[in-house]
Design a protein around this ligand. Structure first.
Ligand code: 5GP
Ligand code: MG
Length: 178
């Protein structure tokens, strides 16, 4: 059960998320229309966003392939170590494919920089990035996502796949933890 010292402040509603995910799917579905698109989700935080996004993409004329990578840069605390490491690699060929990286949140940028460089070296046909949330104030690296759901303030965010020490991933909406 909930610790009494943990407070959640609502930030983005389930309805707002749903509308924005549909709009992102339209952008992506139009951009890659007629092509095979390999989606590479970054575990664990992206799993709910990715699940909703691919179901919205089903309405577009695309051949989707879904795969995952796991990168670690956070321990059980909320401050990034700034040194991402690869824990789980993609399991299918990236070479000469249109690849779309899907992550929950772009914060300092260290994680996405690492993944972009890693996948670029595997020679994809194109490489783009989609994040649900962009905490742009916190950026340490010059990197931007091609598709962004929402720009969010510099606060610790949970829900809709994002956790704090394993908790709150299952919340259907997005909140700030304090
Ligand atoms: P970056 O490498 O850009 O600093 O961090 C990216 C990763 O850190 C995200 O994929 C996410 O897993 C985690 N992260 C960054 N900010 C937050 C946040 O506010 N809440 C949660 N739950 N995770 C975050
Ligand atoms: Mg993550």
């Amino acid at each position: 059960m909930m610790n009494s010292n943990i407070k959640l402040k609502p930030l983005i509603t389930e309805k707002e998320i749903k509308q924005r995910v549909a709009a992102l799917a339209e952008e992506i579905g139009t951009q890659f229309s007629g092509n095979t698109l390999m989606i590479v989700g970054l575990l664990n935080g992206s799993f709910i966003f990715l699940a909703d996004l691919v179901r919205q993409l089903n309405s577009y004329h695309l051949h989707l392939i879904v795969d995952f990578m796991r990168i670690t840069s956070y321990g059980s605390n909320t401050v990034t170590s700034g040194k991402p490491t690869l824990c789980q690699d993609v399991s299918i060929n990236v070479k000469e494919r249109h690849v779309l990286i899907v992550d929950d949140i772009l914060d300092t940028g260290y994680t996405l920089e690492f993944v972009v460089n890693y996948l670029k070296a595997l020679d994809p046909f194109s490489l783009s990035v989609c994040v649900l949330l962009d905490k742009s104030e916190r950026r340490q690296i010059d990197i931007r996502a091609d598709y962004v759901g929402f720009t969010v303030p510099d606060a610790f965010i949970v829900g809709y796949g994002l956790d704090c020490d394993g908790r709150f991933r299952e919340m259907p909406d997005i909140a700030v933890l304090s």
